[in-house]
Write a new protein. Sequence first.
Length: 102
Amino acid sequence: MDTQTLFDDFKKQYPDIRPDYTIDQHWHHYTAADHRTWKTLYERLEVLLPRYVCPEFLDGMHRLDIGRDQIPEFTELSRRLSTLTGWSIVAVPGLVPDDIFF
């Protein structure tokens, strides 16, 4: 599928999509159930990760303070990530083309 067709398909579902494929996170639309799911997944990974990831990854998780109780708000998380690394995060509607991602 070519990039324009993919963008047009995304536009049908996400009318506020921008040309760089980013969308607003709409954090306020997450339900209590969504946040509980996040918390459950986070708590499970918190137990597993020390066995499977390098210490630097765990340090990054700690320094970013992603939070276990609710889905992270991307604007705030991106601010912290940028301060630490110069990188940022954005919301996208799904898998985006390589040339957009990279």
